[in-house]
Design a protein around this ligand. Structure first.
Ligand SMILES: [Zn+2]
Length: 1083
């Protein structure tokens, strides 16, 4: 072709269009580069023959089952469905002579996700049909077809869902009636040099478009691309080589020494459940990872990271051959297990112990199956990061943290990329937030340039991590990404990029960077604040699971040490249950952002957990209290019962007398009934259990009350002289409630102090408009605070009149369709006011809150977090303060000033706010997507107000909130044997702590290696402590371990612990918010 001068500098944008038209589909496809990208494509008989068998219902049968079924002929254009069904194709491919000597691919597009299987049952590769950017439909049959190709049989397992479930992504409920079309099943061979030129041009073109015009490199890219178009002739493929030569010349120019270094790692973020159920995730992992194994063989430089022990364990169980291939690729360093946790969990709502178990389960799995634990805590997509994580990460043997989610912040741009994240206790982890702001990178020059442009710490570090590969629903990197990656390795105009283990990046930063800045405290995520509240029952059951497993582990440890010959600690079953609880803490499940199907699954999982835990608890109690006669044998003379306290401090509480003892108990106490109450509502008999020791038990008998009776002041309730209001009063406080259930006065007798702010009230039920900007189940938006009404029209009656408990019953219609009933109770023995609430909830985009406005002045409120508390502002000075208009807290929040405070306790709620002196608790939401039924129906939950003398640090709010969640347990055993001088099991506490009221003993369990038992404690208020812990269980020695239960200090003389073996007491020194795990060796 003749050479003509190009004037492209005069018409750059026209030239850019020209190049786009040259490499893309569209109206010029018959004359552009795409027109000759394929050499030959054949379909139909005799090249490809198809038969199909449709699995019944929503079954996902195994290969062995599927291949034995009766198949019928299938044809292109046929549709399969509905959503969530599975269809197996038996495919016979026959490579024709025209392909001899060529690379041949089998392409099958089912419009959905699918898996190719070999005839002998090996899962080979995952497929994603349809026309999206995630499209992946081709499987390499042979590098070079021979003269005598035999017909080959394959199977294709078609799943009727796409990468993002079924239907309209996440803005609407899922469509259960989608049918997917079998679009094509072809044999195809490409013109490989044309394909290569196509990848060349993708890179050069994006550089021309993305580099600013001030850079000579942008003009060079544009000129090179333009020259290629000029040279190329679609009717003459001998022009491809000269065109590629132009590209090679362009690629020759390398970057300078000061170039930014990108460490790239392939990944496919697989949400463990989201717009699909767990059962589909098992197949997604197999599809995605088998595809990656294929790519690893073709691209030896390719490295791919996969997180989540749970997904790997599923693979091991369901696809053992694939799992062992992954283990092989892990040995060569191409497949990188990463993340350290069981699932990529939510970090707002799981308890401290749950987070510990996420790491314990995750790291053990990695160690067992891949030979080493992960040193990178990997959470690209989780909705905020709690302030105790740096300490927990360190205690789990990891030291690096990766995310990018804060790039989604809706108000404030997070100011760091590579920094030291400092936790509550001062522990720190090297943290990196990928400046490309994505974990689904497509390997484009533009994204690599963003890694530099958006990097906020370039003054002291010139490198970043880059995650590429399709994700959320899995998929992962595609061939074209790896082709582009090869071309961009060291190219003038772009940062350098290499594929590397993320650890290599972190280690390099550690070695070369001296001036890392720090960020102290939580990494609050300025979005998805509705996830503290959506799917309320799921959150309730998570909370209850955490506490029931805590009890089972404690009681099983005691039983094990008491009678190890007759009792086997249920270690395997407890591991199984913790895995289930941890699974449901995945970052789309517990936050409430999954489809309805997921919650029906999680309901069943929790049912399983509760049923098994109940059984395990009974087994342990049978050993502990086995020798005591059962309650049924009780005689009128021995009317006591046993009360067990599984918290670590002494407690006095109102308890229900076991039903079998009610009448006898009443007879014995009729001399003075002031310490017994028969509830009007349900006939339950209440009494007081006083001074039950921590981690101990006590017998409650009528005579035990002789001492308390003298000082006892009953609680009273009355209708006030003022119309429509009620007064409840005990020796501590006097509470006035109006007909809407609002607290109009809360008066502390001893302090002579009114707690409710003048003109305001407490327990105001408020209904907010809750229409977020985009993400329905995920978000509560700041403007919802501007639009709400305080609910009225309540009806209050007196339901219990003391002497132990006084209660009011509130009935209120929340709207045309929703109602609330609430039992408001004050006991004789506490300042605490309880709200036991039932709601029948049928709303559309509304949020129900309870608010309390106190006469307390403080710039900060205190919120419980994992193993500690965080303080957040109550004012709205800056946009950073405003962004925290809704925050996460665990069992309590507290608003205190000098000398006095009020805590708000809950048994399953997480969404909180404190604006000036108004505390709010988010009770229920009503989002419609992705689960159209989210939170509709019955709810039962409790919250409480707990006023206390002294500020938070001087209070026992931590303990009170614990007690609110862990009631004393009344055991159905008859302690008559004790009257004959037997010792009550746990009559002496099995553990006792002295010297530090700020230390909480949280967990007791058998050590994973069964050589002793583990005791986990934490400092709860933020101060130093020196605590003496005495154990009554067997203990020959003790040492400090990390949460993987590995010794922290090998030197026995320098163990930081002082062990007094004669009294089995250990002195433990705590720093503020320190988590201490002790391992007691029994012999
Ligand atoms: Zn995710």
């Amino acid at each position: 072709m003749e050479h003509h001068t190009s004037y492209l500098q005069k018409h750059a944008s026209i030239t850019r269009s020209r190049i786009n038209n040259f490499i893309n589909d569209g109206q010029w496809r018959d004359v552009n580069l795409k027109s000759v990208i394929e050499y030959l494509r054949v379909s139909g008989e005799p090249h490809v023959s198809l038969e199909v068998w449709s699995a019944p219902g929503q079954d996902r049968p195994a290969f062995e089952h599927a291949v034995k079924q009766k198949y019928r002929p299938a044809h292109i254009g046929e549709t399969f469905g509905p959503s969530w069904t599975t269809h197996w194709f038996r495919v016979m491919v026959n490579i024709p002579r025209e392909f001899v000597g060529r690379r041949v691919r089998f392409e099958i597009d089912t419009g959905s996700e699918a898996m190719i299987w070999s005839a002998d049952g090996e899962p080979i590769m995952g497929l994603t049909g349809g026309g999206g950017r995630e499209r992946h439909v081709d499987y390499l049959l042979t590098e070079r077809a021979s003269e005598h190709e035999e017909p080959r049989q394959l199977y294709v397992e078609m799943a009727c869902n796409d990468l993002f479930g079924n239907g309209d992504y996440h803005q609407r409920p899922q469509d259960r009636s989608i049918y997917y079309r079998l679009n094509s099943a072809d044999l195809v061979s490409h013109n490989e040099p044309v394909l290569a030129l196509y990848y060349d041009l993708q890179v050069i073109n994006d550089m021309a478009n993305r580099i600013t015009e001030e850079s000579p490199r942008s003009w060079q890219a544009l000129a090179a691309a333009n020259a290629i178009v000029n040279v190329f002739e679609h009717t003459d493929l001998s022009t491809v080589e000269p065109a590629r030569e132009i590209a090679r010349q362009f690629f020759k120019a390398q970057g300078g020494d000061s170039n930014h270094q990108v460490y790239a790692i392939g990944n496919c973020h697989i949400d463990t459940a989201w717009l699909w159920p767990y059962a589909e995730t098992k197949r997604k992992a197999a599809r995605s990872w088998s595809t990656q194994l294929q790519l690893m063989d073709v691209y030896p430089e390719y490295k791919f990271a996969a997180s989540q022990g749970q997904q790997l364990e599923w693979l091991k169980e369901n696809y053992p051959s694939l799992f062992s291939k992954i283990q092989d690729k892990a040995k060569t360093g191409q497949f990188i297990p990463i993340g350290a946790t069981w699932v990529e969990c939510d970090c707002n709502m799981p308890s401290g112990e749950s987070l510990v178990r996420q790491f314990l389960l995750g790291q053990h799995f990695f160690k067992e199956h891949f030979g080493e634990i992960s040193d990178v805590f990997w959470l690209p997509d989780t909705f905020g990061y709690a302030s105790q994580l740096p300490q927990i990460v360190r205690l789990a043997g990891a030291k690096y943290f990766f995310t990018q989610k804060l790039s989604w912040n809706s108000m404030n741009r997070f100011p760091n990329t590579t920094f030291r994240w400092v936790g509550l206790d001062g522990s720190h982890v090297l943290t990196h937030m990928a400046p490309s702001n994505t974990y689904v990178g497509q390997c484009t020059p533009g994204e690599l340039m963003d890694s530099v442009k958006r990097h906020k710490d370039l003054s002291y570090t010139n490198e970043s991590l880059y995650l590429f590969g399709n994700g959320d629903g899995g998929g992962g990197p595609l061939r074209d990404m790896l082709e582009r990656m090869r071309r961009m390795e060291n190219l003038d105009g772009l940062p350098r990029v290499k594929q590397a283990h993320p650890r290599e990046f972190y280690e390099h930063v550690e070695q070369t960077t001296k001036d890392l800045v720090s960020w102290k405290g939580e990494l609050y995520f300025e979005l998805h604040r509705g996830t503290y509240t959506s799917q309320a029952n799921n959150k309730l059951w998570n909370r209850q699971s955490e506490f029931v497993l805590r009890d089972v582990e404690l009681l099983s440890t005691i039983a094990h040490s008491k009678d190890w010959q007759n009792f086997t600690y249920p270690a395997d079953e407890l591991t199984r249950l913790w895995k289930l609880v941890c699974l449901n803490q995945f970052h789309d499940v517990i936050p409430g952002s999954s489809i309805n199907m997921v919650y029906r699954d999680s309901d069943k999982i929790y049912e399983d957990v509760f049923a098994s835990a109940k059984n395990l608890r009974r087994c342990a109690l049978d050993i502990i209290y086995g020798e005591l006669p059962p309650l049924a044998n009780a005689t009128p003379e021995d009317t006591g019962f046993v009360v067990l306290n599984t918290t670590s401090w002494m407690r006095t509480s109102i308890v229900a007398v076991p039903a079998q003892l009610e009448s006898m108990y009443m007879r014995q106490t009729d001399v003075d009934s002031s310490l017994v109450q028969v509830c009007k509502g349900n006939g339950v008999v209440l009494t007081i259990a006083a001074n039950v020791p921590g981690y101990g038990a006590q017998v409650v008998t009528p005579s035990a009350h002789h001492n308390t009776r003298a000082q006892f002041v009953p609680v009273r309730v009355s209708a006030s002289e003022t119309h429509g209001s009620y007064v409840m009063e005990n020796r501590h406080v006097r509470v006035v409630i109006d007909s809407n259930g609002r607290i109009t006065s809360y008066y502390d007798h001893a302090e002579k102090r009114e707690l409710v702010a003048a003109g305001a009230a407490g327990n105001v039920l408020e209904l907010y408009d809750d229409v977020p900007d985009y993400w329905d189940a995920w978000d509560i938006e700041v403007y919802s605070l501007e639009k709400y009404r305080a609910l009225e029209g309540g009806d209050v009656t007196i339901s219990e009149e003391g002497p132990l408990v006084a209660s009011l019953q509130l009935r209120m219609r929340l709207s045309e369709s929703s109602t609330l009933t609430q039992k408001i109770s004050l006991s004789a023995i506490s300042t605490r006011l309880d709200f036991e609430t039932n709601v029948d909830w049928h709303e559309n985009r509304k949020c129900l809150k309870a608010s309390f406005t106190w006469d307390i002045v403080s710039d900060v409120a205190t919120y419980e977090t994992q193993f500690g508390v965080v303080q957040r502002p109550t004012h709205r000075n800056t946009s950073w303060d405003i962004a925290k208009f809704e925050v996460c807290a665990h069992k309590f929040t507290d608003l205190s000033e000098f000398g006095y405070g009020v805590a708000l306790l809950n048994d399953c709620k997480y969404g909180h706010a404190t604006l000036e002196n108004k505390m709010s608790l988010s009770l229920l939401r009503a989002p419609k997507a992705p689960d159209e039924h989210c939170d509709m129906g019955q709810h039962r939950f409790r919250y409480a107000v707990y006023p206390h003398v002294g500020s938070f640090n001087e209070s026992n709010v931590v303990q009170e909130a614990y007690q609110f969640n862990v009631p004393l347990q009344v055991l159905p055993v008859n302690p008559s044997a004790l009257l004959e001088g037997h010792e009550l099991p746990l009559g002496q506490p099995c553990f006792s702590i002295s010297g530090a009221r700020n230390v909480v003993l949280d967990t007791v369990k058998l050590a994973e290696d069964k050589s002793g038992y583990i005791v986990r404690l934490y400092e709860a208020y933020g101060g130093h402590a020196r605590a003496l812990l005495t154990t009554k269980l067997p203990a020959a020695s003790v040492h400090k371990v990390n949460i993987l239960e590995k010794r922290m200090c090998e030197d026995a003389n320098n163990s930081e612990l002082c062990w007094l073996s004669h009294s089995k007491t250990v002195e433990v020194v705590f720093k503020p918010f320190e988590i201490v795990t002790l391992k007691f060796i029994s012999n």
